[in-house]
Design a binder for this molecule. Sequence first.
Ligand SMILES: [Fe+2]
Ligand SMILES: [Fe+2]
Length: 148
Amino acid sequence: MSETIKSFLTNDHRTCDEEFANLENKVMSENWQEAIKLFFEFEKQIKVHFDMEEKIMFPAFENKTGMNEGPTQVMRMEHAQMLNVVSLMKDDIEKKDKKHFLGLSESLMMLLQQHNMKEEQMLYAMADAHLADECSLIIEKMKELKRD
Ligand SMILES: [Fe+2]
Ligand SMILES: [Fe+2]
């Protein structure tokens, strides 16, 4: 079976999860030099993921379904909320505040898990159903964004 919006973005969630786990490990072992490096990698990864959704997939879904105030709006709000936590995590790395960082990273993990579950179980499946004929073009555009 060919690639779907669901399979492509779900795989990208897994990549973000791995980056996040690596970052947490470096903070746990107080390897601050590596931690800041991995922080920037994770931050880039998650921002590109949110951009692929907000700039490409969500608008295509909204145009097709006319659902502008529905699930995509909720997802956008959750992205903003998570990016806020991510930026606070950076402050903690700079201050080498392991305990506070781990509190934030636990919150982020919960938010991210719930968010990704909603996307993977509902939104992505809806997107594949509604956007069946444009699916490969949308995936191609998302990949372009990732390459930038
Ligand atoms: Fe999302
Ligand atoms: Fe996502």
